[in-house]
Write a protein that binds this ligand. Structure first.
Ligand code: NAD
Ligand code: GLY
Length: 341
């Protein structure tokens, strides 16, 4: 992070705004600002409230307030310093302020380093659905400093591992096998193991996004486990289950559905469940409604962005290492929910 100012991809401007939150700002804000001062005459900072429950219009507006109050012009560079919440909101602010200003991602969670900072999906939540308002808008640069992961709470590290795990079943079984051998090292924050996990995850994500930036097809596979997962996040109330935790349980449900659709065998589902559990993630999904749990899941999943005309489409594993997007009969989905909660 300390040499960011030397990077040739940094856009030229007089002003920069570092957007961070009340947790990450005190840890790394000064370091980033000091670096950027070598490159920009004026560097402003904005600390947002911390938490998924703040990923909304009200918080987004704080970024626009700061940009306007500081008289920022359309060359002003926004820096997102934090996890996926700060990154998604800052990116969306950059996409819309004066119809687009440059932005740079400086992800400080494992989840953000392996997934959310790469690929240009930006946005906020709506009370009725996760990430429902947003834009595709690419950062000019993504700066991953593995040292920032040293201060990450253990629960957040596990949440990030969910997004690392997803890349195996959808695209690269060798990567899944490597994770099976490296899970203890990853959880112990071994730098070499983390470096490989971040590099390989970003390679796979870039390979997918490079072919389908706007998610007209292939990119949807990156949402393995997310259809069930988003229902868990929204159903429990944003911030109660971490995004990665919901994806962890969601991947077990999606694998179970794949098995019931005849695409993978029980041994594969068990192998994936075991890896998810070893990452410190939940493998059992929560009950969202005691009276009609499956009905509540289905209701929430119909708001998913992959749904078409109210028909839910799931990312399923079509043999280990390959994913497909498919609809599934409600009765089968109900069985999976009953079995996994
Ligand atoms: P987060 O941004 O809420 O960060 C998790 C917690 O860790 C927060 O409390 C944060 O303040 C704290 N934190 C961040 N860095 C830290 C550090 N180095 N040391 C100590 N604490 C630190 O959550 P997240 O898991 O990074 O991101 C989840 C979000 O990302 C969700 O909103 C999800 O929808 C989104 N997401 C987006 C994409 C995408 O493609 N844009 C992909 C996956 C997830
Ligand atoms: N995290 C899913 C995607 O970027 O498409």
């Amino acid at each position: 992070m300390d040499a960011v100012h030397e990077h040739p991809a940094l856009p030229a401007s007089a002003q920069a705004l570092v957007v961070t939150n009340q947790t990450v700002g005190p840890l790394y804000g000064e370091r980033l600002v000091n670096t950027l001062k070598h490159r920009y005459s004026v560097v402003h900072t904005l600390e947002l409230p911390d938490g998924e429950e703040h990923k909304n219009w009200q918080t987004l507006n704080l970024i626009f307030d700061a940009l306007l109050q500081h008289g920022c012009d359309r060359k002003t560079v926004l820096f997102a310093l934090g996890g996926g919440v700060v990154g998604d909101m800052t990116g969306f602010a950059a996409a819309s302020y004066m119809r687009g200003v440059p932005f740079v991602q400086v992800p400080t969670t494992l989840l953000a380093q392996v997934d959310s900072s790469v690929g240009g999906k930006t946005g906020i939540n709506h009370p009725l659905g996760k990430n429902m308002i947003g834009a595709f808008y690419q950062p000019r640069l993504v700066v991953c400093d593995l040292a920032t992961l040293d201060t990450l709470p253990e629960r957040e590290l596990s949440a990030g591992l969910a997004e690392v795990i997803k890349y195996g079943p959808i695209a690269d079984m060798e990567f899944m096998a490597w994770q099976e051998g490296a899970m203890e090292a990853l959880r112990a924050r071994d730098r070499a193991a983390l470096a490989h996990a971040v590099r390989r995850s970003c390679e796979i994500k870039a390979w997918v996004v490079g072919q389908d930036e706007r998610e007209s097809g292939l990119r949807a596979i990156l949402n393995f486990g997310h259809t069930f997962g988003h229902a868990i996040e929204a159903g429990m109330g944003y911030g109660v289950w971490l995004h990665g935790e919901a994806v962890g349980a969601g991947m077990v449900m999606a694998a179970e559905l794949s098995m019931r659709m005849g695409l993978v065998d029980q041994a594969f589902v068990q192998r994936l469940r075991s890896l998810i559990a070893r990452a410190g993630l939940p493998v059992k999904a929560p009950v969202l409604d005691a009276a009609d749990n499956a009905g509540r899941y289905l209701e929430l999943m119909r708001v998913d962005k992959k749904a078409e005309s109210g028909e839910i489409r799931f990312v399923l594993i079509d043999g280990p290492g390959k994913a497909v997007l498919r609809a599934a009969p409600d009765a089968l989905v109900r069985d999976v929910i009953d079995a996994c909660c």
